[in-house]
Design a protein around this ligand. Structure first.
Ligand SMILES: [Cu+2]
Length: 109
């Protein structure tokens, strides 16, 4: 009898934990933003821009393209803003600006 109630308690706790984890995932929304970066001339430059962006708290991923003069950044909503990302790139010594069309960064080539 004691064992059965213990098992039920364990199951209830497990269900509760799963519920909390799922609720937690819903609150963190990942956003993507494309930034235009100018002044990069080699792989060393893209590395610096990438490091600068990944150093911003809230950023989960940063990919920098030398060919496109562009950085694609994934960040958690509410933890940072595209403006902060631009400033981080500029602090690293490069020119950076936001795309004209909203946060998503319209696909223009
Ligand atoms: Cu370089």
């Amino acid at each position: 009898m004691v064992r059965k109630s213990f098992l039920i308690a364990c199951l209830a706790l497990a269900a509760l934990t799963v519920g909390i984890v799922m609720a937690g995932n819903e609150t963190t929304t990942a956003l993507d933003v494309k930034l235009s970066v100018r002044g990069m001339t080699c792989a060393d430059c893209t590395g610096k821009v990438k490091a600068a962006l990944e150093g911003v708290s809230g950023v989960t991923k940063a990919e920098v393209s030398l060919e496109k003069n562009e950085a694609t950044v994934t960040y958690e909503k509410g933890k940072t803003t595209p403006e902060i990302l631009v400033k981080a790139v500029e602090k690293a010594g490069f020119k950076c600006s936001l795309p004209k069309a909203g946060e998503k960064g319209a696909d223009q080539s």
